[in-house]
Design a protein around this ligand. Structure first.
Ligand code: WT7
Length: 678
């Protein structure tokens, strides 16, 4: 595991909870009988020796305009190019090709948060029409061309995937920003990607309130402008078409209601652009070790092949299934496993606007019963929340899941068991899927009909993924030794991101430099991919993920950079220094706790604490709201003046602070302890 003692950093992995090894649970014979993947031979076919050619099996799930000539081009190592020479369109693969057989089947079923509003099924035919009209609007009204970036800042409504698919139809690169992020966060991402078009919505429902959203667009445009990028058009969808749900004025010549403009494009059809397989499909920003979020650039052909393959074999999606992933489309999980993977397989995928505990803890299960959902996908943080809000709710509803997923953070065995026994009624196969924004799709998970489930462990690597665990010095930690180290992936796979948008150096430095065997090599075997997680492998081959080894905090399954939060704190005029540490939390997994010291002449007050919280929310979004803000006289520091986060984290999590003799000011430790622990 990363040893950051010298720099005073603390990582999630260092405060990881270690639970005991558990017994296996097995999938039912009914599940196995219907499963898409029951052939153990897949692991031989996808062996290390068969990289990259094995991935033809996934690419063949798609319809290509032109077959590729080279499966993997490594000439620009470590920027891997998959299916080179191939031509394909993602929108065609997710919609048009299903029309002959499934045009009258629901692609999406939209469930608005207010329970009195009807569900809205959108058939593949209707999706086809709406995506074509939106593509025509983007091209002819907004001037979007192949390769342009389009930023989309929207809540969970069907117009979000419609806009994404319209971009994909044109070969434009979408950059979806999670709807809960602030206008400033959106503006920074517009600035980085250079988008001239912002697509947004006026308002949406959350916990019973119609929230204003358009105001964030104004802020975003302003921030983008400061970054040197002029947004030419802001396209605003209306939550209720034809009716204004936002108090924010529209700026003439810049802001347009999409549903008004769409009338001009009624009945228009747009030929899907045949894109090179290695052209970028989208950017997805994520937090890293520096203040600025980075745009992970995902490919067209490789990405779609990987999400189609994993949706079919790990999610076990069949066209007749009703699939509900409760993630937000604004995160990678939603891109891969609400939109692209399920649609590539002609599934019916549910889009839910609201929170699953509103108006009460039975809401999610009522939806499951009414729509006859049989595949359910969510994060441990949501499972913990549902369990707390209504531990006895699921049996009151008549639904049956064949398959359930957890994703985003480790799941405690006790929570897993509630998920299995109460939510899944003991009938569903569960997969615990470990992966990251950078990866496009799953890295580790059981294959549901082939492996037993072990609560608290992600499972073995999925077919075609070959992990290796290294220690600090680059020695391989023996496989199956249950010893923790830095988990890497030895081989490229088609779902992996291609680079960081506009920053290839950072891509190489952050993901490949550490364990690279030869920086001049064009052989992928020289370039293990550093995931940034600590993990251990049990003798049965199952991996247990311990958490991040860098200064990233996984809050409720979402990644936040401590540096990002600290810079937000420093925007408060009174604040001199800020330090953020992860605190273990019963529901959210980890939450940020903030320590600040003040500039001379200021004294601690509740007002300053509030300002810090507000600044974090304004800069990043409510998701980053700290559990506590402590104003300290001084930070524990090394003699060279570095803040010892490790000490602050130990105090926050009530564990031993360890050796503090090297501190320049050991007396502050007691002071901080009193403040935090009393
Ligand atoms: C980080 C990635 C793409 C998934 C959504 C989050 C942690 C993810 C698991 C799991 C334990 C997990 C890792 C990873 N993580 N899945 N099943 N068990 N930890 O994507 O925001 O890019 O975060 O989430 O620490 O590095 P992300």
């Amino acid at each position: 595991m990363s040893n950051n003692e010298t720099t005073g950093e603390v990582t999630e992995a260092q405060i990881a909870v270690h639970w005991q090894e558990e017994e296996y649970f097995y999938p039912s014979t009914e599940f196995i009988a219907q499963a898409n993947m029951t052939d153990k031979g897949i692991f031989d076919r996808f062996s290390l020796d068969n990289i990259p050619e094995c991935y033809k099996e996934y690419a063949d799930l798609l319809t290509w305009d032109k077959y590729w000539e080279k499966t993997l081009d490594t000439s620009d190592a470590p920027c891997w190019k998959w299916f080179v020479g191939g031509k394909i369109n993602v929108s065609y693969n997710c919609i048009d090709r299903h029309l002959a057989q499934y045009k009258n089947k629901a692609a999406f079923i939209y469930v608005p948060e207010p329970e009195q509003e009807p569900h809205q099924p959108i058939t593949y035919q209707e999706l086809y029409v709406r995506v074509n009209e939106m593509a025509a609007l983007l091209r002819d009204f907004a001037g979007v061309k192949t390769g342009d970036r389009v930023t989309i800042h929207m809540p969970m409504v069907p117009e979000l995937p419609i806009t994404m698919l319209a971009c994909a139809r044109l070969g434009a690169i979408h950059s979806v920003v999670f709807g809960g992020f602030s206008g400033r966060a959106c503006g920074e991402r517009i600035g980085d990607s250079g988008s001239k078009i912002l697509v947004t919505m006026d308002a949406y429902y959350r916990s019973g309130k119609l929230l204003e959203h358009k105001d964030k667009a104004d802020e975003a445009v302003k921030v983008a402008d400061e970054e040197g990028v002029t947004v030419e058009k802001v396209l605003v969808w209306q939550r209720y078409p034809g009716k204004s749900s936002s108090k924010t004025p529209m700026q003439e010549g810049r802001d347009f209601f999409v549903n008004d403009v769409l009338k001009q494009y009624w009945g228009q059809r747009v030929e899907p652009v045949q894109m090179p397989a290695e052209a970028p499909l989208f950017l997805m920003y994520t937090s890293g070790t520096t203040g600025r979020p980075k745009g992970c650039q995902h490919s067209t052909g490789g990405y779609l092949a990987y999400v189609a393959g994993t949706s079919k074999y790990v999610q076990d999606i069949h066209p007749e299934d009703v699939y509900w992933c409760m993630a937000d489309i604004g995160w990678i999980t939603g891109h891969s496993y609400i939109v692209y993977g399920p649609l590539a397989l002609a599934a019916t995928s549910i889009i839910f606007e609201g929170v699953p505990t509103y108006p009460d803890a039975g809401r999610a299960w009522r939806i499951a019963q009414q729509l006859d959902v049989n595949i359910f996908h969510t994060a441990p943080t949501t499972v913990r929340m549902l369990r707390k809000a209504g531990p006895d709710e699921p049996p009151k509803y008549d639904y049956h899941f064949k398959h359930m997923t957890t994703v985003g953070e480790p799941i405690e065995p006790a929570v897993w068991r509630w998920y299995y026994e109460v939510v899944g009624k003991g009938e569903a196969a569960i997969v615990d899927t470990w992966w990251q924004t950078e990866n496009g799709g799953f890295l580790c998970s059981t294959i549901p009909a082939l492996h037993g489930m072990k609560p608290g462990s992600a499972g073995p690597a999925v077919p075609g993924i070959h992990p290796i665990i290294y220690d600090e010095d680059g020695n391989e930690v023996p496989a199956g030794s249950n010893k923790a180290g830095n988990i890497c992936i030895q081989n490229p796979w088609p779902g992996a991101f291609q680079t960081i948008w506009g920053d290839r150096d950072r891509y190489v430095r952050q993901y490949y430099e550490r364990y690279c065997k030869d920086p001049n090599s064009k052989d992928w075997r020289a370039w293990p991919y550093l995931t940034g997680d600590a993990a251990m492998q049990a003798p049965d081959g199952y991996y247990r993920i311990l958490g991040r080894i860098d200064d990233v905090i996984n809050v409720a399954g979402h990644r936040l950079g401590t540096k990002e939060i600290e810079s937000a704190c420093l925007l408060v005029q009174e604040v001199a220094e800020a330090s953020v540490v992860p605190m273990a939390d019963e529901i959210r997994g980890r939450v940020p706790v903030i320590f600040v010291s003040l500039k001379p002449g200021f004294s601690p007050s509740e007002e300053i604490q509030k300002k810090v919280v507000l600044s974090v929310e304004d800069t990043i979004g409510k998701i980053a709201r700290p559990a506590a803000v402590y104003i300290v006289h001084d930070m524990p520091k090394t003699r060279s003046g570095k803040i010892m986060r490790r000490v602050l984290a130990a105090i926050t999590n009530r564990v031993d602070v360890g050796d503090i003799t090297t501190l320049a000011n050991p007396e502050v430790v007691e002071e901080v302890k009193k403040m935090v622990q009393s």
